[in-house]
Design a protein around this ligand. Structure first.
Ligand SMILES: *Cc1c(COP(=O)(O)O)cnc(C)c1O
Length: 379
């Protein structure tokens, strides 16, 4: 039995009639860029997360960059980001002409270590971007406290956390702006590229609408220099169809994570296998189910040989990426993120995973750990 890391075909099969009808509506109306389906999706997604406005853009990276620019971040500003995240969090800061300033990850939650943020703040700091990494909400309340004390804005990177809740409220709608990616493999994924920013701030929403569409409030009139970062009609229609299933899919992901925890608990130890934990006050949506092991590479090979596909999120922390060599960081600067980069392994996780597939993955992980434990045992 093969277990894929994600199975987008299984998801399509489960909602084929709805998707096919959504695509046909767009093709028949020829509203391929923005248009009715995008507007309807924006309204539905804003109401889903509990924000007043949603602005659809071309992808999650643009969502971050345009949100920073719409909130007034500009050249010379510094923006605090976690060292353990997908590269795009920091990249968007750079393309908004600001400078990313890294903060280490928390060892248990994987999200930004709140206790280390204040040491990273200077007189140039304008914003903090907490990332709800792997689907686990960052600890926002203390971050809002720090932001209030230093007069900073907070922008959520919710690209991995559609539908996750922090103290009962959906993430994305809790800071000045929240940024989402609809890359196909995300919890809510388009059939191509897509992204959105949600905000309660009328003026930020207005600037986002200008920035995504050549700075143009009306056809052929350009108020500012912007970008071409519009969400496509096909993506809007597909996302509307899939949004109706998001909560059920997230519930399934949570159930699968609980099942993995149950099957793997007996083998868990600090060295060879540690399991993900949901932090207090967080409702994790398991975009990724991430375990840690000192023998990560051998475990990944063992699973691969057994037909179980896995991933590493992420093998190189952002501060050590060649693209940021000019910032002058060195190994040891953010030891928790660096240790995570060496140890994390993402097991197959998607709503359509079957009980047999989960059992197969868990059996294969247990086999590896038991073998490693017995070979390490004193003679
Ligand atoms: C996917 C992702 C992004 C970027 O989104 P794209 O749609 O791929 O541009 C940004 N931040 C995080 C944490 C992501 O996982």
């Amino acid at each position: 039995m093969k277990v894929p890391f994600v199975d987008l075909q299984a998801q399509y099969r489960s909602i084929k009639a709805e998707i096919d009808a959504a695509i046909a509506r767009v093709v028949e109306s020829s509203a391929f860029v923005l248009g009715r389906e995008v507007e309807a999706f924006e309204a539905e997604f804003a109401s889903y997360v509990g924000a007043r406005h949603c602005v659809g853009v071309s992808n999650g990276t643009d969502a971050l960059q345009l949100a920073l620019q719409a909130c007034g971040v500009s050249r010379g500003d510094e923006v605090v980001v976690p060292a353990n995240t997908f590269f795009a969090t920091a990249e968007a800061v750079s393309t908004a002409n600001a400078r990313p300033v890294f903060v280490d990850a928390d060892a248990l939650s994987y999200t930004i270590d709140v206790s280390k943020i204040e040491a990273a703040i200077t007189e140039r700091t304008r914003a903090i971007i907490p990332v709800h990494l792997y689907g686990q909400p960052a600890d926002l309340d203390p971050i809002f406290g720090i932001a209030a004390r230093h007069n900073l804005l907070v922008i959520e990177d919710a690209a991995q956390a559609h539908g996750a809740r922090y103290k009962g409220r959906r993430v994305g709608a809790l800071a000045r702006a929240g940024c989402f990616s609809f890359y196909p493999g995300k919890n809510l994924g388009a059939y191509g590229e897509g992204g959105a920013v949600v905000t309660d701030d009328e003026e930020v929403a207005r600037r986002l609408r200008l920035l995504r569409d050549h700075g143009s409030p009306r056809k052929y009139e350009h108020e500012i220099v912007g970008y071409n970062s519009r969400l496509e009609g096909l993506q809007g229609a597909v996302l509307r169809a899939k949004l109706k299933h998001l909560d059920a899919w997230n519930d399934l992901r949570r159930a699968h994570a609980a099942r993995y925890n149950e099957l793997l608990a007996a083998h868990a130890d600090a060295v060879r296998l540690s399991l993900p934990r949901e932090t207090a006050g967080a409702r994790h949506v398991y975009h990724l189910y991430v375990v840690e092991s000192d023998e990560r590479d051998a475990l990944q090979r063992h699973l691969g040989a057994a037909g179980v596909q896995t991933g590493i999120h992420y093998p190189i922390p952002v501060h050590l990426q060649p693209a940021y060599a000019s910032l002058g960081h060195k190994p040891g600067d953010f030891p928790v993120s660096e240790r995570q980069a060496r140890r994390v392994l993402s097991l197959p996780m998607f709503a359509e995973l079957t009980g047999e597939q989960i059992a197969r993955v868990a059996e294969s992980v247990s086999e590896f750990v038991a073998r490693a434990q017995s070979s390490a045992a004193p003679a």
